[in-house]
Design a protein around this ligand. Structure first.
Ligand SMILES: [Zn+2]
Ligand SMILES: [Zn+2]
Ligand SMILES: [Zn+2]
Length: 204
């Protein structure tokens, strides 16, 4: 099943909605049984998903000095100086510092790993440089990242259609949630911003 732009307009979605409302037949906030709606807790975030997909791809692509020649090439062309992060082989903790006096020179303060050489990943660099490098890398790797992206999108769509992360609310509560409010636990009838303990009426 591919991602449908408006899954809630599909026959399948409407059918599942009916089924869900048979068992979850009241508002999860106020208990009302009228005008029930289904709120999905997670909606699809295209940019966030794309960033996760590219992070997943490059995370393993350049790990431990793999494919460095590609980066070196870009750096040479763009005049950027490389930077690496020294990581622990075992737990991946970053920023291990070389010990001058002791042997072996590296020790991980998190898991206790010790060794001669760290695992290296592409380190933090100036945002501008990262942008230049990313642009060059994407010219080559975009199709591969796109595959990861599509599969993540597909699985998010499936979660959506399974109704696993949903909230059944009455129309009034759903509207309040849309406005960023929650139901007051004291009076169970008014709404307030989540940073407050109760609604204004109950407070005063
Ligand atoms: Zn309600
Ligand atoms: Zn470690
Ligand atoms: Zn109240």
């Amino acid at each position: 099943m591919s991602w449908t732009r408006k899954p809630w307009t599909t026959k399948e979605w409407k059918k599942r909605r009916e089924e869900l409302l048979k068992t979850n037949n009241k508002c999860e906030w106020c208990g009302s049984t009228e005008y029930l709606t289904i709120d999905h807790l997670h909606n699809f975030d295209a940019l966030g998903t794309w960033n996760m997909a590219s992070g997943r791809f490059f995370g393993s692509y350049f790990v431990n000095g793999k494919h460095q020649e590609e980066l070196d090439q870009i750096r040479k062309e763009e005049g950027i100086i490389p930077k690496f992060t020294d990581r622990c082989w075992k737990c991946g903790k970053s920023g291990l510092i070389k010990r001058k006096q002791k042997k072996p020179p590296f020790r991980c303060s998190k898991c206790g790993w010790e060794g001669e050489k760290t695992s290296k990943t592409l380190g933090k660099m100036k945002y501008r440089f990262k942008g230049i490098i990313m642009k060059s890398l994407l010219k080559v790797h975009k199709p591969k990242i796109n595959l990861i992206y599509e599969s993540m999108k597909k699985s998010q769509n499936e979660t959506y259609m399974k109704f696993e992360e949903v909230l059944v609310l009455c129309r009034r509560c759903a509207y309040a949630r849309l406005k960023g409010n929650v139901l007051c636990k004291v009076c169970e009838s008014n709404y307030h911003k989540p940073k407050f303990e109760m609604c204004w009426g109950c407070f005063s």
